[in-house]
Design a binder for this molecule. Structure first.
Ligand SMILES: [Zn+2]
Ligand SMILES: [Zn+2]
Length: 323
């Protein structure tokens, strides 16, 4: 295995915890179903529940962890970063000096708000490396910790914080990963990342409207997608919503599938779920995507062309994918 990608936050725009009344309604519904079949045991019963009832997709915003052994890269500091920090602490992360490598795609709140709650930045024996293509990285991070936004000023953080400016489309070796930033299509400049190790490739493509779809339009940024083993793609909207919300900076799953099929991408997961989307709505978006792919496959088959099998789904918090 070359490396593992774990999604700590797949919600877009704003953390979206489930309302207590919804949780209660779900619990009641599940117990009623369970009571109807007294012979089934609890584990089998839970295993067969549909996703939207069993556990859903999660409410934390953008944060992805890429690991191989003790090597670790983190992409984005959305609210999911807090729980990643807690997990690292539980595993003894702070017992010895460590270097954390955190890459920003851009600085919209949903990619930034977890940073002041990432425990290692408060610890003296920790070095936190922050990376971005954007030249204002340091200024933005210092502002996040300014009063009245946060009680602890940047100067009082106990860890050593080191800023790194990345060059667009230039590959860098960090730990034992090769990482290259490519530009996405978003209202404020946003950079996706291609991460490579031992011949396997992860393409991180959130946030993006993917307004440049063809290879000609993409130009050098086509390099982000080529032959990726796994792509995380922005599917905040259904196709109908994407048309209504043109220029809002987010895409839809069928657009990601088109890119994946053309670029020989093996697996695709969709993320940046809309904060207003219920788990039921995301399941429905998944159904619409399946219909789209089935119709496309049938159309191609009639034209005498084969459509390659592709593994895809809507990402959920806590999901791990091994490459
Ligand atoms: Zn976002
Ligand atoms: Zn954004």
């Amino acid at each position: 295995m070359a490396f593992t990608v774990k999604f700590w936050g797949v919600r877009g725009s704003l953390p979206s915890p489930q309302h207590p009344s919804k949780q209660e309604a779900r619990l009641r519904h599940v117990l009623e179903r369970f009571a109807m079949d007294p012979k089934v045991n609890a584990k089998d019963f839970v295993d067969q529940l549909p996703k939207e009832i069993k556990n859903g997709y999660g409410g934390n915003t953008a944060c992805v962890e890429v690991t191989s052994g003790s090597n670790r890269l983190i992409i984005d500091a959305g609210s999911g970063l807090r729980e990643l920090g807690e997990e690292l602490m539980r595993n003894g992360y702070a017992k010895e000096p460590r270097d954390t490598h955190l890459f920003f795609t851009h600085f919209h709140w949903d990619h930034l708000i977890g940073l002041p709650f990432f425990t290692p930045i408060f610890l003296t024996n920790q070095a936190v490396h922050l990376y971005a293509v954007q030249a204002d990285l340091e200024n933005v991070i210092r502002t996040v910790f300014k009063k009245p936004f946060f009680p602890v000023p940047f100067e009082q953080l106990q860890s050593q914080i080191i800023f790194h400016k990345l060059e667009p489309r230039k590959k860098q070796r960090i730990q034992d990963f090769d990482i290259t930033p490519y530009q996405l299509d978003h209202p404020d400049p946003c950079w996706g990342y291609r991460i490579e190790r031992k011949g396997k490739v992860y393409a991180h493509c959130v946030d993006s409207e993917a307004t440049r779809v063809t290879r000609e339009d993409l130009g050098l940024d086509a390099g982000l997608y080529e032959n990726a083993d796994l792509m995380l793609f922005d599917a905040q909207y259904t196709m109908m919503e994407a048309v209504e919300k043109m220029n809002w900076g987010h895409s839809a799953a069928p657009i990601g599938l088109d890119i994946a099929l053309r670029e020989n991408i093996k697996r695709v997961f969709f993320a940046h779920h809309d904060p207003g989307a219920t788990d039921e709505k995301i399941v429905d978006a998944e159904r619409q995507t399946r219909e789209y792919l089935n119709a496309y496959t049938e159309q191609q088959r009639r034209a005498g062309k084969q459509v390659r099998e592709i593994e895809w789904g809507f990402a959920h918090e806590g999901q791990e994918v091994s490459l």
